[in-house]
Design a protein. Sequence first.
Length: 288
Amino acid sequence: MNRSYLFVPADSERKMAKVMDAGADAVILDLEDSVAADARPAARESAREFLVGKQDVWVRINPMDNDDAVADLEAVMPSAPVGIMLPKPRNADDVVQLAARLDELEAANGLKAGQTSIISICTERPEALFSLGSYAAATPRLAGLSWGAEDLSAAVGATANRHEDGSWLPPYELARSLCLFAAAAAEIAAVDTVYTDVLDNEGLAKYAGNARRDGFSGMLAIHPGQVEVINQAFAPTVAELDWAERVVAVFEEKPGAGTIGMDGKMIDRPHLVQAKRIVELARRLAES
């Protein structure tokens, strides 16, 4: 479960040279929006070379209904990215199509079957919002769902997608919520979208903190300076870890109980699920 995913344009050797030192839990080499169409062939080659020997590096390819997606996958899969980020899916069928293509490319390149995960940016097209529940049965490769508002607002002809204070306007808050619920239904990670003001770390900290509060497990980043703020926001506090460990302990003492009193409050199985997530995240962070 990654807290931070840092985008880097795959056509910028300067930025790629620095990205692994930014402290992000995962890096995403971008072959889509940040790379001009005529620069993609060279960017694919750069991505293929960069991936060799790296861990926790993803690649955002182009949409599945774009011919560039095939070229993207054929270029990077020999170097075994940990996963593929899929933008602008029409519905979960695009993820199924991607998974089938990954089956073929893993076999062709001598990779372990199923080793390449998928994150889908599931809200960038209006029609996609009406079938988000179908991701739950799409493919075992699906590791997470994220969302985006820029393409969505452009598609509906909106002149803005945020209030003046930076909060989301209702249509995009709805898309965010649907992404969160779809990820929960599929029992995979929910990854909140980017915070575009790269100079506003105070605003970023508040946004990331709210994302964690709401149930997101991580967030996308577009600048190295955002990574530490995001990582801190999604890391359990000492008080949270103490609470979680005690919840796990009291249920271990009474494994058959459905509801138990602790600190003058009643806790039940949903609290135990949340506590186990916090303990596991803390364990993973300590190991890394």
